[in-house]
Design a protein around this ligand. Structure first.
Ligand code: CAP
Ligand code: MG
Length: 431
């Protein structure tokens, strides 16, 4: 009988002889608080047994492989991962929950965790589709990471924006502007009302706009913009590079007295992010997720954005792009809310990450964005500010006007009667 040989019951002799994929299923298992739990969707090819493959996912990520091995020792059996929930979905699919014993993981090591739970299993022949949707981390693993240094509250303190969404822009066009023009675009956006201005994800230190020159030129105009507006203005400069170079750039930014850097988290990789966070710079870390959709766009395969958000929070970045539900990117309202939840739900005292909404946004979308996110969001408009008919400065003014109207509960159409920049945006983007 299966119950006699699987994980948990039966004589050691029998267990060791019979550790097949099926034996990693134990629907009677009650997960312990120390287990790390993963929720997967699994789909098999027609001819393959779904339950057996589910067991294979647990086996291959813990102590099993495709055949019985003579090297499996009795003391290891307790380290087997267990499929403890199996709910069929469609003809060849199922939602699974798998419990992984705590001891399978090295503390403070995201690459190690991901190599286990989201590694080889994606490539198994029997797996038609496998999607890691969510991780529930036990306390000791959560506590082995730094978590955000600043988080939502820290960012509000630094920016002095207490009670409203932050408004930001990405300097556009994303590549090609020379350093002086880049800095001028940032300046116009700040003067018009942007709190934060960021580089685009693929701007690093190209020959037409070198990192150090850009940092100096942009901060000079940032200081001027702060003087003129009396508001705090933030520059999120992109330090993305090979890890050692990235650390050098972050150091330059800290030395310059700037408060922020941004980094492309997917292309840089978990290890580089841990190194960056562990360096403990006095810098808010803004996480851009370029490339995430290669992992999360297919609903039946890959890694859910929620998981990327969870890991980003564990490691300790302070702000993360989470989608818009209304702009140019694909994520649904439900997915965006899920991402926000991962950044802000209670997590053993770990600080909340500031959600960033970006991608094809323009000022007329602000009422919808406010409904989705509330006040704890950084709204970023690239084309939606620089594409304003009267240019960047007026584009930024229009964005702030649209936010003011929304916070006052006035319709944009009504507000635009006395606010000509918003009227310009309405003229351009009204459906
Ligand atoms: C937006 C953007 C951001 C995307 C990233 C771009 O520009 O600068 O990188 O928001 O997507 O390059 O597309 P626009 P996500 O405002 O002009 O669209 O936030 O979904 O990760
Ligand atoms: Mg961009």
């Amino acid at each position: 009988m299966r119950e006699e040989r699987g994980l948990g019951v039966g004589s050691k002799k029998k267990r060791l002889k019979n550790m097949k994929y099926e034996d990693y299923i134990n629907l009677n298992y009650k997960p312990s608080r120390k287990d790390l739990i993963c929720e997967f969707f699994l789909k098999t090819k027609g001819q393959h047994d779904l339950k057996r493959t589910a067991g294979g996912v647990a086996a291959e990520s813990s102590i099993g492989t495709w055949t019985e091995t003579s090297t499996l020792k009795p003391y290891m059996v307790k380290l087997g991962a267990k499929v403890f929930s199996f709910k069929k979905k469609g003809k060849h699919g199922a939602n699974l929950k798998i419990a992984y014993p705590n001891e399978l993981f090295e503390l403070g090591n995201v690459p190690n965790i991901m190599s286990s739970i989201a590694g080889n299993i994606f490539g198994m022949k029997d797996v038609e589709g496998l999607r890691l949707n969510k991780i529930i981390f036990p306390k000791n693993i959560v506590k082995s990471f730094k978590g955000p240094k600043y988080g939502i509250q820290g960012v509000r303190k630094i920016t002095k924006v207490k009670n409203r969404p932050l408004v930001g822009t990405i300097v556009k066009p994303k590549l090609g502007l020379n350093t002086i023009d880049h800095a001028k675009v940032a300046y116009d956006a700040w003067i018009g009302g942007c709190d934060v201005v960021k580089d685009d994800e693929n701007l690093s230190s190209q020959s037409f706009n070198k990192f150090k020159n850009r940092l100096n030129a942009t901060l000079k105009l940032r200081d001027k913009a702060e003087k003129i507006t009396g508001e705090r203005k933030m520059y999120m400069i992109n330090v993305t590079a090979e890890t050692k170079e990235m650390l050098k750039r972050a150091q330059l930014v800290e030395d310059s007295g700037n408060e922020y850097i941004m980094v492309d988290i997917v292309t840089s990789g978990w290890s580089a992010l841990q190194t960056l966070r562990d360096a403990n710079f006095k810098l808010v870390l803004h996480a851009h997720r370029a490339g995430h959709a290669a992992f999360d766009k297919n609903l039946e395969h890959g890694i859910n954005m929620r998981v990327i958000a969870q890991l980003t929070r564990l490691i300790g970045l302070d702000q993360l792009h989470v989608g818009t539900a209304v702009g140019k990117m694909f994520e649904s309202h439900e997915e965006v809310v899920d991402n926000v939840e991962a950044l802000t739900e209670p997590l053993y005292g770990v600080k909340k990450v500031f959600p960033v909404s970006s991608g094809g946004l323009e000022p007329l979308m602000i009422p919808d964005l406010y409904k989705i996110f509330g006040k704890d969001v950084i709204m970023q408009f690239g084309g939606g500010i620089h594409g304003h008919p009267q240019g960047t400065l007026r584009g930024a003014i229009a964005a702030r006007q649209a936010l003011d109207a929304t916070l006052k509960g006035i319709s944009l159409k009504q507000y635009a009667k006395k606010h000509k920049e918003l009227a310009g945006a309405l003229g351009k983007w009204k459906a």
